[in-house]
Write a protein that binds this ligand. Structure first.
Ligand SMILES: *[C@@H]1O[C@H](CO)[C@@H](O)[C@H](O)[C@H]1NC(C)=O
Length: 121
């Protein structure tokens, strides 16, 4: 679980892209944090947006979990840029369904231009 949701290179790239886009890189896992410590402390580093960040982290980890299952059981291919786009599309659905805390994050900010994944979309 810790490897899938924190340690693996794909997860690190997705978390970095998602959190960079909303200006929340301070919430990335730190080297000394295990999964439980990070889930408890990570979102708290973005004061005033803790609930929003928790929702986005939950959504991101949920989608990584689902994609991992699709790769194993359905032969899906993991592509960072595609998953990141899917996460922001689903974040809009969560907002429409009542997750108003997400309004506190700039979900529609342009992705950083330096992204090496942009051309893969
Ligand atoms: C995120 O998930 C955790 C673990 O299930 C839960 O306790 C928490 O309430 C969730 N936070 C939000 C804001 O959805």
């Amino acid at each position: 679980m810790a490897h899938l949701l924190m340690g693996c290179a794909f997860t690190k790239a997705v978390l970095h892209e998602v959190l960079a886009r909303v200006g929340a890189l301070c919430c990335l896992p730190r080297p000394y944090e295990d999964l439980v410590a990070w889930l408890s402390a990570g979102a708290r580093r973005l004061q005033g947006k803790v609930k929003a960040t928790r929702s986005l982290l939950n959504l991101t980890l949920w989608r990584i979990w689902k994609l991992r299952n699709a790769c194993i059981f359905e032969g899906a291919t993991p592509v960072v840029a595609r998953l990141v786009e899917d996460i922001f599309v689903e974040a809009d659905l969560w907002r429409a369904a009542g997750a108003r805390a997400l309004d506190r994050l700039p979900l529609h900010a342009r992705p950083p231009d330096s992204s090496p994944f942009t051309t893969l979309v």
